[in-house]
Ligand binder design. Structure first.
Ligand SMILES: C[S@@+](CC[C@H](N)C(=O)[O-])C[C@H]1O[C@@H](n2cnc3c(N)ncnc32)[C@H](O)[C@@H]1O
Length: 214
């Protein structure tokens, strides 16, 4: 498995029913069964062809612990944990908003629009881990959240970059900030766009928090 899939698997807690939503190859759900973290896995994908990949990859000895469901999102599925990874943040928020039973525990990996995912979470979940890894030339945000009666608020910088990244910055996260700083500075050399000015300002605030060079 890739570094990204390994990290997703590591974030999954011990659970009874895990929903692997947008499972495609199904590697994350299969690993959760293999390691004994999940007792059952429901593999969900809106694409029958993707779901077939998970079916084909699932070892025969696990067959009594799995279900394959071809559908859009969670629908009426009741699970105690869901992994929703490798899709856009707006799609993740849409899946969670439409779910009849939003899972108490979530592992999310939005490919973009991570801020929108954090915004959604902070009304009803505590973000326990929100860090970044660099794998194959791409930066990935990984979020682990638990439903809460009194969810903690997130600061503007935490919404933008993830609380673990700011509290325990890794080399990958500092590298990400420096790349963003260079990208936005280059854009501002050619044109003055207030949105980019704002983005650069956030990146520089984060760099001052994590002690990166400016
Ligand atoms: C790039 S793959 C990610 C596979 C795996 N989760 C991973 O992280 O490697 C995205 C998968 O999500 C599925 N998908 C996208 N939107 C979905 C939705 N609303 N409900 C279920 N599956 C969805 C796609 O069909 C595709 O198989």
């Amino acid at each position: 498995m890739s570094k990204r899939l390994d990290k997703l698997s590591a974030l999954i807690p011990q659970c009874r029913v895990l929903a692997d939503v947008g499972c495609d190859h199904g590697y994350v759900g299969i690993e959760a069964l293999r390691t004994g973290k999940a007792r059952q896995v429901v593999f969900v994908d809106v694409s029958p062809l993707s779901l077939d990949k998970a079916r084909a990859n699932c070892p025969h000895e696990l067959i009594d612990s799995v279900r394959f469901v071809c559908r859009d999102g969670l629908g009426e599925l009741n699970s105690d944990c869901a992994v929703i990874a490798g899709m856009g943040g707006l799609e993740i928020v849409s899946i969670l908003t439409k779910a009849k039973f939003p899972p108490p525990c979530l592992i999310l990996q939005p490919n973009r629009n991570a801020r929108e995912v954090r915004n959604y979470l902070c009304g009803q979940y505590d973000v326990i881990y929100d860090g970044m890894i660099y794998d194959g030339g791409i930066f990935y945000n990984m979020i682990f959240a638990e439903r809460s009666e009194k969810p903690q608020a997130l600061s503007n910088l935490e919404l933008e970059f993830g609380k673990t990244n700011l509290a325990s910055p890794t080399r990958d996260f500092k590298l990400f900030l420096l790349k963003e700083q260079a990208k936005f500075s280059k854009i501002l050399n050619d044109c003055s766009d207030p949105k980019i000015v704002e983005k650069l300002s956030l990146v520089e605030q984060a760099l001052s928090v994590v002690g990166g060079q400016q």
